[in-house]
Ligand binder design. Structure first.
Ligand code: NDP
Length: 280
């Protein structure tokens, strides 16, 4: 029977730890707020934004909400970011993605001061991560490292196969696993013999955005399987990129969807905010 990696419990532990840190910071006069910017009213984004505000309230930091209409221009959004960059109270800036099509996401990400880039998406943060320097780590991959460590699953020396090479999950995931001394293989849509490559993994991390794609033929007996995907199935139930029922009997440990990777992303965002407040 595979260990079910409990992202809900681990993320709660992290938030409890952060709550204590924030109380200590307050006692030392270190304060700060997270600015959460949403453009338009995409329902999924609204849920994420609400969860982020709730997490701030839980750990005891202020969140400032900027809910802008869909027709906000790129210029208006950039000017808000400039204002937030210069506001000493704001220690973290989060722009909820995706943005409406008329706004260039890269331009917006690059406008955020690296000192307040709590999502870890700015090229300076990405570069710092790549060369092992201090900086904000992207939340989902950093959360997966925490899931593995806090479940006492060894990373060093293991062969990790990452499925997906997006800038927000696959690529940074591979870099962080490398930093933890795993031997890393990155795969993508042009990879040949994907099942065979995946079967070599001691740790298989799937971030492909294809509902219930990875079945038993992709998994080695005893592998650790991390499912990053989030989808709604035909019955409107949440599911991942992995066929959970088929893979669980083969794996030694596996993350469920929901309750695996998902809750970790927000916990690590809070961790970045607390780090930013600490650094002033
Ligand atoms: P993207 O669509 O940006 O990237 C998907 C990656 O998977 C691409 O690199 C693509 O390859 C690869 N891929 C797609 N199909 C195949 C295939 N058949 N074989 C091999 N590789 C394939 O997705 P994201 O990285 O942004 O997200 C991935 C999933 O994770 C989504 O379901 C998303 O909702 C979820 N997610 C969950 C988060 C959480 O907090 N739990 C946070 C972020 C994302 P190529 O580059 O060649 O096109």
């Amino acid at each position: 029977m595979a260990l079910r990696i409990d992202g809900k419990k681990i993320s709660q532990q992290i938030k409890e730890e952060l709550k204590e840190k924030v109380a200590l910071q307050k006692a030392e006069g270190k304060l700060g707020a997270l600015a959460v910017v949403q453009v338009g009213a995409d329902p999924a984004s609204s849920v994420y934004v609400r969860n982020k505000k709730n997490a701030c309230a839980f750990i005891g930091i202020e969140s400032l909400a900027y809910e802008l209409p869909e027709e906000t221009s790129e210029e208006e959004l950039l000017s808000l970011i400039t204002e937030l960059n210069g506001n000493p109270k704001v220690k973290g800036i989060l722009v909820q993605l995706p943005l409406p099509a008329h706004i260039n996401e890269d331009k917006v990400i690059q406008a955020i001061s690296p000192k307040k880039d709590v999502d870890g998406f700015h090229p300076q943060s990405v570069g710092a991560m790549a060369i092992g320097e201090k900086g904000f780590l992207p939340c989902t991959p950093a959360g997966i490292i925490q899931l593995l460590k806090r479940s006492n699953l060894e990373i060093s020396g293991k062969h990790c196969v990452v499925v997906g090479r997006s800038n927000i999950v696959g690529k940074p995931m591979a870099l962080l696993m490398l930093r933890e001394n795993a031997t890393v293989t990155i795969t993508h849509s042009k990879t040949k013999n994907l099942p065979e490559v995946c079967r070599q993994a001691d740790i298989l991390i799937v971030a492909m955005g294809r509902p219930q794609y990875i079945g038993a033929e992709y998994v080695k007996e005893g592998a650790v399987v991390i499912d990053v995907g989030i989808h709604r199935d035909a019955g409107n139930k949440l599911c991942g990129d992995v066929k959970f029922d088929e893979v669980e009997p083969i794996a030694s440990a596996i993350t469920p969807v929901p309750g695996g990777v998902g809750p970790m992303t927000i916990a690590m965002l809070m961790d970045n905010c607390v780090q930013s407040i600490e650094e002033g």
